[in-house]
Design a binder for this molecule. Structure first.
Ligand code: NAD
Length: 410
């Protein structure tokens, strides 16, 4: 498909991927100075991997202080405490090792230490005034892509939903993705993080293609893009094939490798283009149900794609997603419908529920959820179809029952 003639990528200056790539860490960090604050996922404090990494960093002449008090959902107060700890240590760089929550925490601590709080000053897009303390990110889950993206998400008690801070200055300085670190991730974490990565890739590939005003400050998320088209489809291919295997056999090294690569590529893609309606809808649904982010975006994606079929220009793109998921070639329309069925089958294979009713949403909540999702204007604007609250409500109505016009396959 060759209908895109412009593109923007903002990435870490180094990205290393592969089993064993964590050995690059001392060299990468030395490029930023000697004093390192390691913000690590609480699960790692029990793991021999952290001891191994600390030993390697000390042997490499680095002075490392560890902070592992990362609270689920990242309440803003916990980030203030982490930033206070960071100011005491006065690091040259932050090393983030953990799931997306930990990586996001590190980005925001870097922001707070450099530019001061409160965090709410930066909610939204392009409000970070300049570079922050460099972050070297090593994910232990395969899903969020936070190691390469310009965004971090927090919970603020003053807001109904989680809030995002998006800025090119939040792109980590370096990313090291060693699939070994994901080997111990529990099945549910693997499934929910992995399906979120697939949603990133699909929503990146089906994003709108807005006019670019090259003579103005660019938005953080630029929409469909000449570079990311290639990357996103490869991510779909890798994740579609490997995710059910990694969930079924968490020790399958090849599957873990492919899911980790798919997640990284999806992060590179959506970090430039943005995501759209599954994400807009999941923010309020996550707040109401307390369900994991990826479970929600995965559940919603087939229903979002169903609505995207109404845009003739997007149908070939959904068909290309189908091809990447192994749907046999036929007419473009058939392959696009096949893509929707394939995503629903993948959800089923990895244990993602089929309906909002199953995760505790009630029918009378749907109008309010549509209204809240419509406020995520950055995400809604990147959808390939106009999505006023009425359309969002249509998607929710369908997702509530889990009934797909393309066939349930359950
Ligand atoms: P997570 O970081 O919340 O971790 C989930 C659980 O898994 C935690 O208990 C964690 O301790 C544990 N865990 C992580 N890695 C493990 C491993 N290898 N072995 C055993 N346990 C492990 O989950 P996540 O899905 O990685 O991140 C979700 C967060 O990321 C959400 O807050 C979401 O909003 C955010 N997010 C950010 C971006 C971004 O670009 N910044 C994108 C998508 C989502």
């Amino acid at each position: 498909m060759n209908d895109i003639t412009a593109g923007t990528l903002r990435l870490p200056t180094r990205i290393h991927f592969g089993y064993g790539s964590r050995a690059q860490l001392p060299e990468v960090l030395r490029g930023h100075g000697r004093r390192v604050l390691a913000i690590v996922d609480p699960f790692l404090t029990r793991s021999p991997v952290l001891a191994e990494i600390r030993t390697a960093l000390r042997a490499g002449g680095l002075d490392v202080e560890v902070h592992s008090d990362i609270e689920p959902e990242l309440p803003t107060a916990s980030l203030d405490t982490a930033a206070e700890f960071a100011r005491t240590h006065r690091p040259d760089a932050i090393l983030a090792i953990g799931g997306g929550s930990t990586l996001d925490a590190a980005k925001l601590v870097g922001l707070l230490v450099t530019h001061g709080g409160p965090l709410r000053r930066y909610y939204g897009e392009n409000l970070v005034p300049g570079p922050t303390l460099p972050v070297v990110a090593m994910p232990t889950t395969a899903g969020t892509g936070s190691e390469v993206t310009p965004v971090a998400v927090v919970s603020d008690p003053g807001h109904d939903m989680k809030v995002g801070i998006s800025s090119p200055h939040l792109v980590p300085a370096a990313a090291i993705v060693d699939p070994l670190l994901t080997l111990g991730a529990p099945r549910a974490v693997t499934a929910h993080a992995g399906i979120d990565a697939l949603v990133h890739a699909v929503e990146s590939y089906t994003a709108a293609d807005p006019d670019r005003a090259w003579d103005a400050t660019l938005p953080v998320f630029t929409g469909r893009n000449a570079f990311t088209d290639v990357i996103a489809l490869r991510a779909v291919e890798l994740l579609g094939a490997a995710l059910p295997v990694a969930v079924g056999d968490p020790d399958d090294r090849q599957a873990r490798e492919n899911v980790a690569l798919g997640s990284l590529l999806a992060g590179i893609a959506f970090g430039a283009t943005g995501t759209h309606l599954s994400h807009a809808l999941q923010y309020p649904i996550g707040a109401v149900t307390g369900t994991p982010h990826g479970l929600g975006t995965g559940l919603l994606l087939p229903h979002v794609l169903q609505v995207c079929l109404t845009d003739a220009g997007t149908v070939p793109r959904i068909a290309a997603v189908g091809a990447a998921l192994g749907v046999a070639p036929s007419t473009v329309e058939e392959q696009a419908r096949g893509a929707i069925r394939a995503v629903a089958r993948l959800n089923r294979a990895i244990g993602v529920p089929a309906s909002l009713a199953e995760i505790g949403v009630t029918r009378d909540q749907l109008p309010r959820l549509a209204e809240l999702a419509a406020r995520a204007t950055r995400l809604v604007a990147i959808a390939p179809v106009p999505a006023p609250p009425t359309v969002l409500l249509d998607i929710l109505d369908q997702a509530y029952t889990g009934h797909l016009a393309e066939g349930n396959y359950r």
